[in-house]
Design a protein around this ligand. Sequence first.
Ligand SMILES: NC(=O)C1=CN([C@@H]2O[C@H](COP(=O)(O)OP(=O)(O)OC[C@H]3O[C@@H](n4cnc5c(N)ncnc54)[C@H](OP(=O)(O)O)[C@@H]3O)[C@@H](O)[C@H]2O)C=CC1
Ligand SMILES: N[C@@H](CC=O)C(=O)O
Length: 453
Amino acid sequence: MPAPLKVALLGCGVVGTQVARRLLEHADELASRVGTSLELVGIAVRNATAPREGITGTPLADLLTDDAEALVDGADVVVEVMGGIEPARTLILRAIEGGASVVTANKALLAQDGPTLYKAADTAGVDLYFEAAVAGAIPIVRPVRESLAGDQVQRVLGIVNGTTNYVLDRMATEGLELEQAVKEAQALGYAEADPTADVEGYDAAAKAAILASLAFHTRVSIDDVAREGISAVTAADVQWAQRTGHTIKLLAIAERNTSDGVAGIQVRVHPALVPDAHPLAGVRGAFNAVFVEAEAAGELMFYGRGAGGAPTASAILGDLVSVARHRVLGGRGPVESSYAALPVLPADAARTRFQVRLDVDDRPGVLAQVAAALAEHDVSIEAVRQSADGHSADGHSADGHSADADRRDPTDVARLLLTTHAAPERALAATVAALTDLDVVRDVVSVLRVEGA
Ligand SMILES: NC(=O)C1=CN([C@@H]2O[C@H](COP(=O)(O)OP(=O)(O)OC[C@H]3O[C@@H](n4cnc5c(N)ncnc54)[C@H](OP(=O)(O)O)[C@@H]3O)[C@@H](O)[C@H]2O)C=CC1
Ligand SMILES: N[C@@H](CC=O)C(=O)O
């Protein structure tokens, strides 16, 4: 058997702990799959003396160090699960320049500075693998990067953030407030170190950028992704969605499109109403699902656990076995395209259907004024629902306000629920502004995109 491969682990948090434990517990099986043993030579953390669940009292505790640079030097493979931009970026580049292959789960870094890392790995002739960076345990990077490399991907549509899917699910099924559900997601190890990255859509935007780069063989950074998180989604939005046969999901969408005659791609992340009959509506808890539409393959769907220590460790260990095999047997994994073939187009040209909830004066002619305001921006109405006083048939306020509070002004308010035909994103923004200016409109309560119909 060839000499053991020295594996350096950077980070021992939610994910790193699971990677370390599995390297220890399944050492013999992993060795037989790779063709040599994987020797974990150290685990870099910020505080090497702090007690750690699952580590303290095991042989792994002796491997903890706060000297990440020394650990990287001399390693054959570096597994980076510390997260953040620095020092992860410097340590990965140091590892690559020293001839080590790298496995990382760091979507934030890849989405910000992936090309620098890809180029360094290419120049050094080593592997850079990152299956865990998108959708946790789900094999999606490899299928898009390798299996579909001969096809023309048209669209990628998915739920790629476990935390927000868990939060929206808990809001819909248990009536939890957003903040409470986020705390649960943190306790379960789904959320990023700063959960704002999840809630505000940055994590999903990073994954969308990585997927779009791979699917369309171009360069997409997180700054190219139009992003809106779920912090503005209210319990009332969730209830209204349910009443109209929808589920609210945070979606990542990357698609080929044309804007002003220029062919390119659009990449966006936003909450959307998904019809209950659509498979994405049934994706519960911290699960993720990604639809890929390709010219020859047609529709493909990938589904599984998108977050959490053990599922993410599965993807990392799969990558580790692959890069280790290359070191034993020779060969290398795929190298990313070094050119930008397709430009990223402005996302405000994307066409989407919208559902708009409005509080309006409850008198004749109002709907005509609203329709005229929409028509001025070439937006047409597909469907209208109306309820008087902003209350549902059961007498409760649509927004969960007490009926008594709303009765202070009971006589002349109606709630309109409009669904538009597909319209350019930029037209909708202008339309909402026009609606807000109408005297008969009391409030534009919410605007949500409708996807997957
Ligand atoms: N959690 C999940 O479900 C998933 C996470 N990921 C990604 O995996 C990575 C790790 O996530 P997760 O395990 O949740 O993060 P945690 O915050 O739980 O763990 C981070 C670990 O890295 C160590 N660390 C952080 N900064 C430094 C530093 N400057 N020097 C040395 N050690 C450092 C921490 O040390 P210490 O313990 O001493 O603080 C800790 O052990 C991130 O990139 C994340 O985006 C990807 C998919 C899913
Ligand atoms: N915070 C992320 C973790 C996995 O990438 C998520 O919730 O999906």
